[in-house]
Write a protein that binds this ligand. Sequence first.
Ligand SMILES: Cc1cc2nc3c(=O)[nH]c(=O)nc-3n(C[C@H](O)[C@H](O)[C@H](O)COP(=O)(O)OP(=O)(O)OC[C@H]3O[C@@H](n4cnc5c(N)ncnc54)[C@H](O)[C@@H]3O)c2cc1C
Length: 409
Amino acid sequence: MERFDYGIIGGGPAGYTAAILFAKQGKSVILFEKDKLGGTCLNRGCIPTKSFLHSSDLYAQLKNPNSAGISAENISFDFSEVIKKKNNTVEKLRKGIELAVKNNGVKTVYAEAVIKDKNIISDGSKDFYAENIIIATGSKPREIKGLEFDSKFILSSDDILNLQKLPKTVLIVGSGAIGIEWTRILSNFDVEVSLVETAEHLIPLADIEVSKRIERIFKQKGIKYYTNNSINKISNKSVFLNTGEELNPEIILVAAGRIPNNINKECNMVLGDACGEIQLAHYAIQQAKETALGIKCNKSQIPSVIYGEPEIAWIGIREQEMDENCKKYILPISALGKAWCDDATDGFIKIITKDELIVGAHIISKEASSLIHILLPAIQNGIRVKEMKQLCFAHPTYAEGIGELLLNI
Ligand SMILES: Cc1cc2nc3c(=O)[nH]c(=O)nc-3n(C[C@H](O)[C@H](O)[C@H](O)COP(=O)(O)OP(=O)(O)OC[C@H]3O[C@@H](n4cnc5c(N)ncnc54)[C@H](O)[C@@H]3O)c2cc1C
């Protein structure tokens, strides 16, 4: 029987990162993947959606370029080309991962792995001995009772990636990262989107002021949303909400969270989405780094990004968790010259402090996904406000908004 120091099940961000890091330390590693390397993130999640986002943003900008002094006629899109671009991006990145895994000497087995015993993994035809077994088997879309996926009318986040033609109307169930991101993609592509959310406000995991501002932006844009609500019944493709509204979407996208695929509850090395903790690719990677390199990972300091329009990003304490020693400082994005040049003045930067430290940051803005990283060192490494104030930010940028806000503290 072939023997390995590490047997890793699942080739997503958690699994391939752990495999590469252990292999770099001279450990022998076998990695099992039943589908494609890159996992949900590369094949059905983070990357394909961002490729769609890019195409849809470009189309939306070209459709309405007047405010920038540009005119364009006969703007259209070919969805099959949008899909092709997405597939090329995913394949290119997958080749990179396959190469990195191979070049680091990891043995990859493409098969569904089963743990047969404490140290034995089977690929269905052959057994392998692993001194340590790591489960990194990811997660799958959560089904809601009465809204079971049929891949035709009721779609999961996997199904929607397989659409060959865009519908005219979509109802999205759930206003988390996936729901908000698809709202942006589909709205850009002229699809009429409605959202239904059981919580009191959109994006229930966000700072409450962020949720409320996003609701205001949705209202301005005419995107219909129903909070404190859910689907009561579906009859002949007519959807009835609990509050009585009748909607007639061509499809329903259910984006109501994900369920961990933990194939062995007794295994104590479980990484990434399979843990059922924070289901984000960078958390999966961070956990792999913690396991392989001993780099500590503070669960309460993991940044979140939502690719809405504008982008939303946050880390740390939210408004609803502030105590009497916390203070908040807010700068509207409209205070920034760059925002006016870009016609992107919606949003704010909010910093929450406690004593001399920054303990929370919440940003709605173009480039929020990058801006949040300026505040990560302050929160994750405990750099004091006094030291942050010494930073010189370039002008004109969105980042200088953080510099300006720091001066108010
Ligand atoms: C639509 C969508 C958009 C997303 N966007 C973002 C984003 O922008 N940013 C972000 O941080 N996160 C995003 N995520 C979440 C991100 O994709 C996951 O957090 C991340 O993929 C988790 O990594 P993982 O390695 O734990 O699991 P996965 O990536 O799910 O990988 C698990 C792998 O294990 C394999 N596997 C399972 N069981 C077995 C078995 N028995 N034998 C062999 N192989 C097996 C699977 O085939 C899969 O390839 C998104 C998710 C979705 C669905």
